[in-house]
Unconditional design. Structure first.
Length: 217
């Protein structure tokens, strides 16, 4: 039996769950997956049985419970230092943490007006006030990281890191809403989507049948 259990929401909608799930997959850590459907009458009670925050994702490792995506990703990186989910270079590592934290705390307009919905295709929608500015900031981050640190691979810091896990839902959003991207950012989106783990998530999301109204996301 796996030592780790990850509690997640619907794969089609739960952007925070994707972050932790992808980090575990890229760290090559075996884990049990507990999916709790969102927007159900018993959702809150079921989540509170797993986490003090009542939200997903939740990582359980023995008696330890971790209930924030960025903390989960950091913990996973510590469990498998050989996978280099944090860059080995000190400067790159500091920037990776900074851009991950910025994603964790920011971009409220993008979150509100372009909620993650892997199955949907809504080109041209969601461009409400503040969203274009969020997109410009995100793509600036991507270009800067790729130009400064990405020469060893296709991801923000060359090899896959927790920063890529944090931005994975944005990749999904840009596809759903048909966001037009510069060449560097488009190449990054394509590299992320080509990841076997990302493909696995997207296929599972496409197979889900639950529907949550956009107004509730």
């Amino acid at each position: 039996m796996a030592e780790f259990t990850l509690v997640i929401g619907n794969k089609n909608y739960s952007s925070w769950s994707l972050r932790a799930w992808l980090a575990l997959k890229q760290a090559d850590i075996e884990f049990n997956e507990l999916r709790i459907l969102l927007d159900q009458p018993d959702t809150r009670n079921r989540l509170l049985q797993q986490s003090p925050s009542g939200k997903v994702p939740v990582l359980r490792h023995g008696s330890l419970v971790i209930w924030e995506s960025i903390a989960i990703c950091e913990y996973i990186a510590e469990q498998r230092p050989d996978r280099h989910l944090l860059p080995t270079n000190r400067t790159a590592r500091a920037i990776a943490r900074a851009v991950s934290a910025e994603m964790h705390a920011g971009f409220a307009p993008l979150r509100q007006h372009m909620p993650m919905d892997c199955r949907a295709r809504r080109p041209g929608q969601g461009l409400k006030p503040g969203v274009s500015e969020n997109i410009e900031r995100i793509t600036t981050i991507w270009r800067d990281c790729r130009h400064q640190f990405g020469n060893t691979g296709d991801f923000l810091f060359g090899q896959f890191t927790i920063a890529d896990a944090m931005y994975a839902p944005v990749v999904s959003r840009f596809i759903t809403y048909g966001v037009q991207l510069d060449e560097c950012s488009q190449a990054y989106v394509e590299a992320m989507v080509a990841l076997p783990a990302m493909q696995e998530w997207l296929l599972a999301a496409a197979a889900e049948t639950e529907h949550i109204a956009e107004s509730k996301l």
